[in-house]
Design a protein around this ligand. Sequence first.
Ligand code: 5GP
Ligand code: MN
Length: 337
Amino acid sequence: MVPVSIAEAEWAAAVRTVRELAPGGRVLLVCHVNPDGDALGSMLGFALGLRRLGVRDLQATFPGPFEIPDPFTGLPGLDLLVPEAEAYPDPDLMVVFDVASESRLGGLVDRLDTAGAAVVLDHHASNTRFGGVHLVDATAAATSVVAEELLDRLDVPLDAEIAECLYVALATDTGSFRFDMTTPRVHEMAARLIATGLRPGDISRRIFDSRPFGAMKLFADVLGRAQLDPTAAGGHGMVWTYATLEDLVRHEQRPYVLDALIDPVRCVAEVDVSVVVKQLGDGEWAVSLRSKGAVDVSGVAVALGGGGHRLAAGFTGYGTPGDVVVAVREELDRHLI
Ligand code: 5GP
Ligand code: MN
C-alpha cells in the first residue's frame, strides 16, 4: 500500500535528481496511455516549469495513438509534446505522471531502464512503486497536487500558463471540485492557481461543457442501452452500458468522447456501482468503474488487471461486453467496503 504522504527524504531525492540531471540533460516527461486532464495537465504544467528553470532538451509524451482530446488542444505547453516514436531512447532523466503501474506506460516502459533516473509523480492507491524516486501520495486529489509541490520545492514560481495546466488537472480529477477528495488543500491550491489570472468559467466550458453534436447523439444511443442490475454488489446494485467502435464510426466520433460517458451513468440513483465498457479493438474493452461508497472499485480493477482509486478505477477487459460485466459482477461482492 502507498504511504499516506510523501517522506521528506523522497522529496529531497526528487529535488536533488531534477537539479542534478535536468539543466544540462535530455529530459523525457511521460504520462499514461489515453491521457486525461490530470495526466496531460500535470505533465505539461511541470514541463513549463522545467522550461522556466532553463531546461532546453525537453520532451513530453505518452504511449499509444498520438491523439489529444479536443478539450485539451488549447493547453499551454502542447508544443513540447512529441509522439511516442520520437521520444528520447535514453533520456538523462525521466519523469512520470499519473501512472499507477508499468502497463500504463505501454511501449515507453523500456525508458525506465534506459533513463539515467526515473522520478514518478502519482496519487493512485494502487501505485506499484516502479521507478527510482516515488512521489506518490494517495491522499492527493490529483497528480497535479504533487507536481505543484515539486515545482515549489524547485523554486519555480507559478505563472498563468503553468497554473492553467495544473488547474485543468485538478478540476478533472475532482470532478469540478465535487468529489470527496476536494479537501481544504485542494481549494487552497485552486486559489493559488486562479490568482495567476485564470478564468475558471472559460476553462470549465472548454474541458467539461463542450462536445460535438455527433457525440451527443452517440451518448443517446449508448445510454439508451444501459441496463440496471439491482441485485449486484450485495444488493447495492449496478448500472452498465457499452459503446462499440461501430458506434464511433456511425456518429463520426473519436474515442476520447467516450471518456465523459461515465458521468451520466454514475448519476443513476438506484445503484451504487456504474460501469461503462468501451471497445478498443476485437474483443478488447476499456472499462470504467465508479462507486458511490459501497464498493472498493480499485480492488475490483486490480483483480482484473487494472487499477485506480477506491471510487474510480478501470481495467482492460476481454470477450463480449456481457463477458466483461460478468467478470466485474463476480469481483464486486469480494470488494464491498
Ligand atoms: P477512467 O474510468 O476515467 O478511465 O479511469 C478512472 C481511474 O482508473 C483513473 O485513475 C485511471 O488512471 C484508472 N484506470 C483506468 N483504466 C485503467 C487501466 O487499464 N489500468 C490501470 N492501472 N488504471 C486504470
Ligand atoms: Mn489522476
